[in-house]
Design a protein around this ligand. Structure first.
Ligand SMILES: [Mg+2]
Length: 237
């Protein structure tokens, strides 16, 4: 059976199943039309299911890395607040006219606005997979960390994904992640942006694209499948 038919069938089954009987955190319906993944395959790019991913991994434990925003966390609510709040003096934005240029925003995001960031369902499944394998898990984010303290985000991720992670989140401050990937001997990296895929490829490792939620406010380029990576099926939520 052609692969695109199988993907269509999977999407139809999950859409018909709906979420009425799904366990909490196990939403399966997809907002993206099946043509999103079909188009990726039709263009000659690789789409992989989580089951195929699991069977493709080496028997031995490995080191894996995850991007944070739009890969493991749906963090758009914090960014939405940053651009729309009127909590500053006289009803102004509390982070100034361009929040992303202000340290106060990034400190607030890392310390309190992530309270509104939601764990993606696919991230729960992927991290559970790697925990069960005994793999070492790292997080690398392009976020700045003006406070110099990675503990709040590290703690938040530990809580959300049931991790006892001794590795603090690495903040690259918008710089490339390649050196961070190499230093940590990461062999497989997950990310939603083109930059994630490029940086993983530059480090010579396997790159897996997690599809960005259709509700995300993130404007950075995400041309799924175009950089020689594998695209994870049904990964937008
Ligand atoms: Mg991201």
């Amino acid at each position: 059976m052609p692969r695109s038919w199988i993907l269509s069938a999977l999407v139809i089954v999950t859409a018909v199943a709906g979420c009425g009987t799904c366990p909490v955190g196990k939403q399966v319906a997809s907002d993206l039309p099946p043509s999103h993944y079909q188009a990726i395959e039709a263009a000659g790019h690789d789409v992989i299911t989580i089951e195929e991913l699991a069977t493709s991994l080496p028997d031995e434990p490995m080191v894996v890395g995850f991007d944070v925003d739009d890969t493991v966390l749906f963090s758009s609510p914090g960014f939405f607040y940053a651009f729309t709040n009127t909590r500053g003096p006289g009803g102004a934005n509390e982070f100034g006219e361009d929040p992303l240029d202000h340290d106060e925003f990034w400190i607030a995001l890392n310390r309190r606005l992530d309270d509104f960031s939601m764990p993606k369902r696919i991230a729960v499944e992927l991290i559970d997979l790697h925990k069960e394998r005994g793999d070492e898990i790292h997080f690398i984010t392009a976020r700045p960390c003006p406070s110099g303290d990675p503990a709040p985000l590290t703690q938040r991720l530990n809580e959300l994904f049931g991790l006892d992670n001794e590795h603090p989140v690495a903040f690259t401050n918008h710089e490339e992640k390649t050196d961070y990937i190499r230093e940590r001997r990461i062999a497989l990296y997950y990310g939603d942006s083109d930059g994630d895929m490029r940086d993983a490829k530059a480090a010579g490792i396997r790159a897996i694209r997690v599809v960005r939620s259709p509700l995300s406010t993130n404007p950075s380029p995400n041309n799924d499948g175009t950089l020689g990576e594998e695209v994870l099926f049904d990964s937008e939520h």
